[in-house]
Design a protein. Structure first.
Length: 285
C-alpha cells in the first residue's frame, strides 16, 4: 500500500482563489479592504518572516495587513493598550497576536483587551468556549485547516474513531472538538498516555500535534488510516519534519499529509477565512 498524499499546497491554491473572490465582494460592499492588524513584540526572525508572509498573502488576495511592531522592552500596560485600541478601531476587522510573547508579558491580560469578534487565532476564552459547546466561533487556523483537508479530499469522519496526539490550546484540543463536531469518536492522547501505539492502532484518523519529531511510527498506524501531521520540527541540519515517521507511515496509511507541504500551506489561508468571517459578522453582512 502507498498512501494517498493530501497535498496542502494544491488545496491552498484553491482556497486562495475562493478567498480572493469573497474579499472582492466585501471590498465592494464596505468600500475598503478587509484589514488584519498583526501585533509583534520583539524582533524574532521567525516571527518577522511570518508577519511578512501574512502581508504578502493579504496583498495577493486584496486584503490589507497593518503590522504593529513593538520593542521587546514593551510593558504589559502598553501591549494591552495597543490591543485595546485595535479592538476599538472600526477599520480593523481582525487582530493577530504573534505568540509566544516575550518573558514577563501575560497573554491572559492581553486577551481581556481583545474583542472576541476580531480574534483571528480563535484563542479568546469566549471563542474557545463557543467551540467547546459546538456553536459558531472563530476557530484556530491550524486545526481548521486540518478539517478542511479531510473535507476537500472526501475523507469520511462521521462514525470513525479518531485520535489527536497533543493537547495544546491552539491545535490539539480544538482539533479534537472539531472532529467531535463532525461525529467522530475522539480520543486525546498526550505525554502521559500509556501504550500510545495500542491506542492509535484502533483509530481510522490520527491527528499528530505533539511537537516531537518521529513520535508516531508505522507500527502505530492502522493499515489504511488517515494521518494528519501538524508537526513542524526543525532538525539540526535545517530540514523540517513532522511528528510522524513519514517514510514508514506512507507505506501503511491510506492517506497522509506530508511535512512540509501538508497542513502548513492551508493554515494561512484559513486565517483569511477567519478574516472574511470576522468582517461579515462585525458589519452584519
Amino acid at each position: 500500500m502507498s498512501a494517498r498524499i493530501l497535498d496542502g499546497r494544491a488545496l491552498a491554491q484553491e482556497l486562495r482563489a475562493e478567498a480572493a473572490a469573497q474579499i472582492a465582494e466585501l471590498r465592494a460592499r464596505i468600500d475598503r479592504a478587509p484589514t488584519i492588524a498583526v501585533v509583534q513584540v520583539g524582533d524574532d526572525p521567525a516571527a518577522t518572516r511570518y508577519v511578512r508572509s501574512i502581508d504578502r498573502l493579504c496583498q495577493s488576495l486584496g486584503a490589507a495587513c497593518r503590522a504593529i511592531a513593538l520593542p521587546v522592552t514593551t510593558e504589559q500596560a502598553d501591549l494591552e493598550a495597543t490591543v485595546s485600541n485595535l479592538s476599538a478601531d472600526d477599520r480593523v476587522d481582525g487582530i493577530l497576536l504573534q505568540l509566544p510573547l516575550p518573558a514577563g508579558l501575560s497573554l491572559d491580560g492581553v486577551l481581556h483587551r481583545l474583542v472576541p469578534e476580531k480574534d483571528l487565532d480563535g484563542i479568546h476564552p469566549i471563542n474557545a468556549g463557543l467551540l467547546a459547546q459546538g456553536r459558531p466561533a472563530l476557530t484556530p487556523n491550524t486545526p481548521a485547516g486540518g478539517m478542511e483537508l479531510l473535507r476537500r479530499y472526501g475523507i469520511e469522519v462521521r462514525g470513525k474513531r479518531a485520535a489527536v496526539v497533543g493537547r495544546s490550546a491552539i491545535v490539539g484540543r480544538p482539533m479534537a472538538l472539531l472532529l467531535l463536531q463532525a461525529d467522530a469518536t475522539v480520543t486525546i492522547c498526550h505525554s502521559r498516555t500509556l501504550d500510545l501505539g495500542a491506542v492509535l492502532r484502533e483509530c481510522d484518523i490520527i491527528a499528530a500535534a505533539a511537537g516531537r519529531p518521529g513520535l508516531i511510527t508505522a507500527e502505530m498506524i492502522k493499515p489504511g488510516a488517515t494521518v494528519i501531521d501538524f508537526g513542524t520540527n526543525v532538525l539540526a541540519d535545517g530540514s523540517m519534519v513532522g511528528d510522524v515517521d513519514y517514510a514508514g507511515a506512507v507505506a501503511v496509511a491510506g492517506a497522509i499529509t506530508p511535512v512540509p507541504g501538508g497542513t502548513g500551506p492551508v493554515t494561512n489561508v484559513m486565517l483569511m477565512q477567519n478574516l472574511i468571517k470576522a468582517t461579515r459578522t462585525r458589519l452584519g453582512i
